[in-house]
Design a protein around this ligand. Sequence first.
Ligand code: ADP
Ligand code: MG
Length: 399
Amino acid sequence: MTGGAVRKKTVRDVDVNGKRVLVRVDYNVPLEPESGNVLDDTRIKATLPTIEYLREKGAKLILASHLGRPEGKREPSLSLAHVGERLAELLGSPVKMTGCCCGPEVQAAAQALEPGEVLLLENLRFHAEEEANDPEYAKALASLAEVYVNDAFGAAHRAHASMEGVARYLPAVAGLLMEKELEFLGRAVAEVERPCAAIIGGAKISTKISVLESLLERADKLLIGGGMANTFLKAEGFSVGESLVEDEFLERARRVMERAKEKRVLLLLPTDVIVADRFAADAQAKRVSIKDVPEGWRIMDVGEMTVDVFAKALEGCKTVVWNGPMGVIEFGSFAHGSHRLAGVVANLKGATTILGGGETAAVVEQLGIAGRFSHLSTGGAAALGGAAMLAVGAAVLAF
Ligand code: ADP
Ligand code: MG
């Protein structure tokens, strides 16, 4: 990196000799329903480089992960016991287990560790405090160790106690898997440069709201477009006609907007939109102010003014993360907003631009400008690509 950017810290940058190191891994692996055996150990194998590195350096390892959705209750079928067994096989040495992830028993087990030994805590989500990012719970986890390593790339976009919370109480660095994933997407060991903007679009708010909430804690600007903006617009009191809306998320959208105000994060919604009289490529269409969406019509794209406003907000941003198109790009007539915005992002000077998601990638591929972004994930499944990219965005910003 040039320009004096600070190198992102990894396990290589800290002295772990003789120290207890809490490593957040992603062992959310598929299990066989009957036996509970590990069906696919890719995620376990992926953590071996970090574990082996730390052991070589004389660390005492405490591994922590979630598995499935036990919703804060002890659910025996979601115990990490089988994962621990598989890990022990892969490491060729024993893995100690605890019946819980905090409390005196766990504290004692952590204190008793010798350099090179590995302790795997029980499923973090047996406690509702994990997903609630409860500070006391985060403190309890932090109290087990002297250094925190985040190697859970797949979960990195979640503001949970073991991810975001713990890092407040311990020196925090990235693991080797995290580093590799970030490098793979081109956004390696650099710290995020500000201002940082996140552009979120796409169809539905339900699939991205939690990522959006997590970005809200880290980005300086949030630009919301596409179908997902409709719920925000409705929450703001605008009539959106027949537009795609998820009423059950109105309240959450409201909270996001309040939080943005509190945090002084600039949150922008479309100010003008392209509406159509039906959901079709050859529908009758017109540009209207967001105040004037006609009854029976639906929002299909953002308008010129919105792109201008977004472009202005992006000016001078040093990091831009984008997932989800601004309109129904499948219909050429409603791809204009996304195309224009893609051009704006591509032309940003001196910014790291990170794009993800199947449809978002499709937009810039169509335009033949894919090469003009710093990092582009075309990822297999569109949704996965989006989630992964936003995870990267959040992960990059988390350190
Ligand atoms: P990505 O694959 O880049 O993550 P998504 O899958 O989340 O993006 O969203 C892409 C979809 O969002 C597209 O199919 C597009 O038609 C849809 N979309 C965007 N804007 C709207 C809108 N205003 N109304 C309905 N669908 C929309
Ligand atoms: Mg998609």
